[in-house]
Design a protein around this ligand. Structure first.
Ligand code: ATP
Length: 244
């Protein structure tokens, strides 16, 4: 049986990654994803960019196992322990914050794990609050706690910060970086935000016309400076890859 492990600040060894060969998705005869191969190493943080409608969410949904009609010609390996977060926190409004976090556990007896997870996202003391009484950023922190409380080997994140204001986004970037450093899941982050991608990811990929048209390692230290020439250069290459 799967075991729920406590969240701690100790760095964990990187866990399972992703390997997919020949992923395709058609909607009514229209090819959105065209025979794509993608590997994400254990513990690797990959940002997926592309224009609106390029198929980013379709790709994420396929990897999350949420799309029964995806075609996979060559095989798909995704860890059992996979968590997904979306732009909206998707909390149960009739359950208190702590119960929402416990819903992320594979067994339901881990109240102390959920309390620890809330501490890690900076929400100690808000356990008995209702989701509706939290700000958008706080709700997204709860969603992160719910995603990470089960120690996922893979975190799939579909524009999780897309609806947040600029300052909240900065604090969420810092939080996600810290949580990933502590827990080392592989991450696939779908984003429209080129700076967000270069700030957070080990690797950036661009989806266009159903294919991956750019795949580049981010050669920057963990703590990143937007003024660093390598940051500026990577952002420019991404914008070029996106054709903007
Ligand atoms: N269930 C569906 N039925 C028909 N078409 C769909 C369906 N889901 C997605 N599509 C189409 O597939 C294309 C890719 O959609 P997807 O949501 O993956 O794009 P995206 O890159 O995530 O866009 P955005 O950045 O705007 O969220 C779009 O043209 C969309 O209309």
């Amino acid at each position: 049986m799967a075991q729920d492990l406590p969240l701690t600040n100790a760095k964990r060894a990187p866990k399972g990654g992703v390997e997919v060969r020949g992923l395709s998705r058609r909607f009514s005869g229209r090819t959105i994803i065209d025979n794509v191969d993608l590997t994400i190493a254990p513990g690797e943080f990959v940002a997926l960019l592309g224009h609106s409608g390029s198929g980013k969410s379709t790709m994420l949904r396929a990897l999350a196992g949420l799309d029964p009609d995806v075609e996979i010609a060559g095989g798909l390996t995704v860890p059992d322990a996979t968590s997904v977060i979306f732009q909206d926190a998707r909390l149960l409004p009739w359950q208190r914050v702590l119960t929402n976090v416990r819903l992320g556990l594979r067994r339901q007896d881990g109240g102390n794990l959920a309390v620890a997870a809330l501490g890690e996202v900076g929400l100690t003391g808000r356990e008995t609050a209702w989701p509706g009484d939290l700000s958008g950023g706080e709700q997204q922190r709860v969603a992160l706690a719910r995603a990470l409380v089960r120690e996922p080997e893979l975190l799939l994140a579909d524009e999780p910060f897309g609806a947040l204001d600029a300052l909240t986004k900065i604090s969420m970037h810092k939080l996600l970086r810290e949580l990933c450093a502590a827990h080392s899941p592989a991450v696939l982050l779908v984003t429209h935000d080129v700076d967000e991608a270069v700030l957070l990811a080990d690797r950036t990929i661009v989806l266009h016309g159903g294919r991956i048209v750019l795949d580049e390692t981010v050669k920057l230290p963990n703590i990143r400076d937007r003024a660093d020439p390598e940051f500026v250069g990577h952002r420019k290459r991404l914008l070029d890859g996106l054709g903007v």
